[in-house]
Write a protein that binds this ligand. Sequence first.
Ligand code: C2E
Ligand code: CA
Ligand code: CA
Length: 446
Amino acid sequence: MPESFVQHDIRESFYSRLDDFVARHAGDAKSFALLIVNINQFRRFNTYQGYRLADELLAAFAAYLANVARPQDYIARIGNADYAMLLPDIHNEGHASLAAIKLIENLKEPLVVSQSPYRITANVGIALYPQHAEDGEDLFKCAELALNDSRNSLQSYSVFTDRQQPVEVYDWNIENDLQKAIEKDQFDLHFQPQIDLGSGRLFGAEALIRWKNGERGFIRPDVFIPLAESSGQIVEITQWTLNSALWFLQSWPRELAGMKVAVNISTKMLSEADFADMVVNAVGIYGVDYSQLTLEITESALVEDVSTSFRILGELRSLGLNISIDDFGTGYSSMSYFKGIPATELKIDQSFIRHVLDNQMDQHIVQTIIQMASGFDLTVVAEGIEDQETFDKLNQMGCDIAQGYHIARPMPRDDFLHWVEQYRATHGASVEKIETANNSPPDTAG
Ligand code: C2E
Ligand code: CA
Ligand code: CA
C-alpha cells in the first residue's frame, strides 16, 4: 500500500475521532482543546540520520507524548512530523497553555533513540472547542493557524486568535462597510473595569470598541482598526469613541465621579495636526474633568516618531489628562528617552502577565517595569489577569492597578454599571480577594 494512502487513512481516522469529540461536547458547557504538535527539523533528521533512525525517533516521540498525556487524552500522528492531541476537560486558554508548556518543558530532557540521546524541540498550536470553532474542521484550521503563528514567532506554542485568520476571510469591501457602520451607528463601546490592587477600590475602566456588522456579526477591533487606519476612517472612529466615552463619563452616577475612563488612541491619530484640539474640544463639550480621561497609546506608536508624539502627549498631559503607554515592554523603548516619556501610566503587555507565574524571564521583566515606573512616579497597570494566583502575585510585586477576565470581561454600558453596583455592594471600599470573575456577562466580541 503506498505511503500516501496510509497517511490519508491516519488523518481520516483522526478527523472522525475529532468529530466524535465535537458531538460528545456539543450542547453542554464542557470544552476541550486540540493541540497540533510539530517536531522541529524532522526532515533534516531524516536526511542526515537516515529513515530508520528517524522512525525510531518518531516512536520515541510518540511514547514521550503518551507519557506526558493524561489517561483521558487522545493522541494521533497526523502527518510526517505532526501529532494531534485531543484534551478533554480543558476549559480555558491558560489551562491549554499549561498543557503545551508541560509538553515543551519536559522535552528539554533528551529522547533516547537507539541508545543515544537526541535533543528535540517542538512547536504547538492550540485551539479550543467551542471558544474558537464549533465544528471539527474549523477547529483543526484554527489549531493549524496557531501552529503556523508559533513557528513564525519565537514562541514555542501559540493559542489561536482571530488575528491569525487568513486575510481572505476578511477580504470584502470593508472600507465601504466601515463607512456604513459609522452612518448606521453599528459601533458600541464596552467597558472593562480596572481596580486598585492594594485596596480593591474601583479605579476606572477601559473603553473597547465593538463593531456589530449586520451580515458578518461581530468584527474584532484588532481586525478592523488597522484597516480603518490605512483608509483614514480611523479619524472619524476615534472621534466617535472619544465622544461616546466622554458621554458615558458625564452620565455616571455621582458616587463614581472619581473614576477614570481610558480610550485607545491609534498610532495614526498622533500625526493628525489637530489631534490635541480634537481632544480638548470633546472634553469641553461634555464638561468632564481632564483627570477623568486617560488616553492609551501603544509603546510602538510612541517610538515611531518620538519627537511628534512626545510633543503632543506632553501638551495633553500638561492639561491634566492621563497618558497611558499600552502594551509596554514590547516596543523596545530605550532608557535614553524613557526619562522624558510624557506618560502618567505604564500598562504592562499581556504577554508578560500571562506567564508571570511560570516564566522567570517574564517575571523579571514585570518586576523591572514596576520598579522603573515607581522611580518615575508612574502608575503601573497589569492587564490580562485571568486568575487569582496571577492577581496575588502582581499585588505582591507592587503593581498598582489590575485589569483582566478574572475581574470582569469588557461589558456593554448597562451591564458595566450593574457590575459596578454589585461590586461596590459586595466589596465596599476595601477588598483583597476578587470573587466576581464568573459573574460578568460574556463579552460577545472577545
Ligand atoms: P488593547 O488596548 O491591548 O486591549 C486589551 C485587549 O485585551 C482587549 O481586546 C480586551 O478585551 C482583552 N482582554 C482584557 N482582559 C483580558 C484577559 O484577561 N485575557 C485575555 N486573553 N484578553 C483580555 P479587544 O477588546 O478585542 O481589543 C483588541 C485591541 O483593539 C485593543 O488592544 C486595542 O489595541 C484595539 N482597540 C479596541 N478598542 C479600540 C478603540 O476604540 N480604538 C482604537 N484605536 N483601538 C481599539
Ligand atoms: Ca488598551
Ligand atoms: Ca494592551
